[in-house]
Design a protein around this ligand. Structure first.
Ligand SMILES: [Zn+2]
Length: 373
């Protein structure tokens, strides 16, 4: 596949590049590739990694209407006050909810997502889906001490929500987890809002979900300090606590100035500690509109789903903007469906309108962030 006239994040360009064996290489000599696309003011970057989501929870609206001290308080509150909303969403079969979770990520240019919770069965996903040994949390996972110390899973890292709160209890919970890690397994903490620098040293990585944290707690992890002791990865969590659009989460994170632009970008990429173990991940690239007056990096951070022109995963086009249609005459587009994001028309692999229709049959009140006509 050849992509002409694209700018890289390091400012190279516009250049003509070739995607070959999962790598971006300069075009040399006459090209014979079947797919050749020429862009105008476009930026290319590797697909984003969302290190924390619950794929099956993305049909929920944000639930909660005040600031909570910790996740247990929030959990009890939503089960008490949003009973109907919760049961309405759970009427949708798991496979449909999971499919929407995958599309939610793909539409944003996320091509690797780490799913938290029970292992979901997903056939031929359009993006990489990673599922680790995950425990919910110290308070909500039954027999967590036994599961954490399961000798059969000794070598596997454990991903767990931890320190999701602004109170003393949340900080103590992190010590409890560390003290009970008897086999010295690699711990990957999610949230860590109450995490201290000393505690961070015991974690292989911290998955930072600032938008979810601000919504629940009006506070987030001290990523500016914790980054000196552990790897920071970026996560959105589900729409129960945040917007469907990861780019809004990224801009919120950037506003805190806790990470440099480079660090923030790296927290969204595959070089991070958790994903290093995922040797089966297929390489993926995104091409998005570049704002003429912005540097490539500035333009990257201004991106929104409507700006995405192309998503390539495993050397297959998964999504493209309507503007590219005229150049894709050789491609069979029958397996693509047409959707609109803020009026921008995209073609996405699979039957997304069909999925939306099916979801509506179980959950008529659903509001999707996209439309199909
Ligand atoms: Zn979570």
């Amino acid at each position: 596949m050849i992509l002409n006239n694209v700018t890289t994040l390091t400012g190279e360009g516009p250049v003509n590049i070739q995607i070959k064996n999962g790598k971006i290489i300069p075009v040399s000599g006459p090209a014979t590739d079947a797919v050749q696309l020429t862009f105008d003011n476009a930026l290319i970057f590797p697909g984003l990694v969302n290190s924390h989501d619950h794929l099956d929870f993305n049909l929920f609206p944000q639930l909660g209407d005040r600031i909570y001290n910790n996740y247990t308080e929030w959990g009890a509150y939503i089960h008490e006050n949003y009973k109907e909303e919760i049961s309405a969403v759970l009427k949708v079969p798991l496979t449909l909810r999971t499919s929407w979770g995958i599309f939610k990520n793909l539409l944003c240019g996320v091509t690797t997502v780490v799913n938290h919770g029970e292992r979901l069965i997903i056939n031929n996903p359009l993006i990489n889906v990673e599922q680790y040994h995950s425990l919910h949390s110290v308070k909500f996972e039954k027999s967590w001490k036994i599961k954490l110390n399961n000798p059969l899973k000794r070598k596997l890292p454990v991903v767990i929500h931890v320190g999701e709160g602004s109170d003393r209890q949340s900080e103590q919970e992190i010590d409890e987890l560390i003290n009970w890690n008897l086999l010295n397994k690699k711990l990957i903490g999610v949230h860590g809002v109450a995490m201290t620098e000393k505690q961070a040293q015991k974690f292989e990585a911290l998955i930072w979900c600032p938008a979810s944290n601000y919504f629940l707690l009006n506070k987030t992890a001290s990523a500016d300090q914790l980054k000196n002791h552990t790897d920071i990865l970026f996560g959105t969590d589900s729409t129960l606590t945040g917007n469907w659009n990861i780019w809004e989460h990224i801009r919120l994170a950037r506003k805190t100035k806790m990470l440099t632009d480079n660090e923030l970008y790296n927290s969204l990429q595959l070089n991070a500690a958790v994903t290093q173990t995922a040797a089966n991940n297929k390489p993926a690239f995104v091409v998005a509109k570049k704002r003429k007056w912005e540097t490539p990096f500035e333009s990257f951070f201004s991106t929104d789903p409507a700006d995405i022109l192309l998503v390539v995963h495993d050397e297959h086009i998964r999504l493209f903007d309507e503007a590219m249609l005229g150049q894709l005459t050789g491609m069979d587009i029958r397996e693509f469906s047409k959707i609109y994001i803020n009026g921008a028309c995209k073609y996405v692999q699979g039957d997304l309108p069909g999925l939306m229709k099916q979801v509506k049959e179980y959950y008529p009140e659903v509001i999707f962030p996209i439309t199909s006509n």
